[in-house]
Ligand binder design. Structure first.
Ligand code: SF4
Length: 328
């Protein structure tokens, strides 16, 4: 195992029971929400995890947070196996891996002041028991999240803030624990277009000023193009392609990645290319197609694709190379 990775995920799986197919059947069906995910994350690296809704991105985030127990695979954080933790170990891990959810309206308790909201994680984890130190950490977290001067915000309630400011409070409540990783699950999709860039810029700043690694979960590849180091494209519970953002944007290999990139809006009409509209719906994760799970929708599928599954495409292995492995 490499110690240079902050986080290492190997063959991670999460299957949920989905009842029986028929009344007297002995079989149990499963939802294959996450079905063999491999990737690693370096310190202060930003990875964009991209895919359609229902592809398993959010379940993967819950697994990494220890909020779901995996069905299989392994997760290592700072060289320590964190795949199955007891409650005490899990609580400890949450200091290091914090999550920012999509909806800043639902994430904040409307009856608490901003000071109470940002102080609460310290109280829960028993950090900074002395008031002066606690206050200092809360103010620093608010200011690092762009709410300056912090004193102006401490006594306010969430309803007195804009959507963007609320999401900054959510980020401050994560920062106050001084995490190593922020898992941001669609953090800007509920915000006005005008303030999305501000929140993304803030996360980009934090990875430099606080050396925080970010896993940015999104269905919109276009929203993270300029700040993610790498992109991992997820389809039906698997990462099908992973590479540097530049390489994936300029030279996507997997047909699914090509389709996602083709629909990113391009302002300059001369740079626009043909949109690839995939046929059909994403298959139900209870009935994952045989072979390559993308084959029912793939515009270049071959017969072999129905029988064998290609490996994940990485920088060193193109899609053509992956497909050649199928026909050998
Ligand atoms: Fe398409 Fe076949 Fe490649 Fe799957 S393995 S993406 S079906 S060409």
């Amino acid at each position: 195992m490499s110690t240079e990775h902050l986080l290492e995920v190997q063959g991670l799986k999460k299957y949920f029971e989905a009842g029986r197919p028929a009344l007297f059947s002995r079989d149990t069906r499963h939802v294959y929400a996450v079905d063999g995910v491999d990737f690693n994350l370096q310190r202060s690296e930003v990875i964009a995890l991209v895919g359609e809704s229902g592809c398993g991105k959010s379940t993967l985030a819950l697994l990494l947070m220890g909020l779901e127990d995996p069905t299989g695979g392994k997760v290592t954080f700072e060289g320590r196996d964190i795949t199955h933790l007891n409650d005490h170990q899990r609580k400890d891990l949450r200091r290091k891996i914090q999550m920012v959810f999509q909806d800043p309206y639902e994430s904040l308790n409307p009856t608490q002041t901003i000071e109470e909201i940002v102080t609460e994680p310290l109280t829960v984890h028993g950090i900074a028991p002395h008031k002066a130190e606690r206050d200092e950490r809360v103010k620093k977290a608010l200011e690092d999240a762009g709410l300056k001067p912090a004193d102006v915000y401490l006594g306010r309630y969430p309803h007195e803030l804009s959507g963007g400011q609320r999401q900054r409070v959510v980020i401050a409540a994560a920062l106050v624990l001084e995490p190593e990783i922020i898992l941001a699950d669609e953090p800007v999709s509920m915000l006005d277009v005008s303030i999305r860039a501000e929140v993304i810029n803030l996360l980009a700043e934090l990875r430099i000023t606080r050396q925080i690694a970010v896993i940015f979960i999104t269905h919109d590849l276009g929203s993270v193009g300029f700040f993610a180091d790498r992109v991992a494209v997820m389809y039906l519970g698997r990462i099908v392609e992973i590479g540097t953002m530049l390489e994936v944007l300029e030279s996507p290999q997997h047909p699914y990645t090509k389709a996602l990139i083709s629909v990113i809006p391009v302002p300059n009409p001369r740079l626009r290319h043909e949109r690839i509209i995939l046929q059909g719906e994403t298959p139900n994760p209870i009935n994952v197609p045989s072979g390559c799970r993308f084959h029912p929708r793939c515009p270049v599928a071959m017969d072999a694709c129905k029988a064998s599954d290609p490996p994940m495409i990485t920088l060193s292995k193109t899609h053509q190379a992956a497909c050649l492995l199928l026909v050998k």
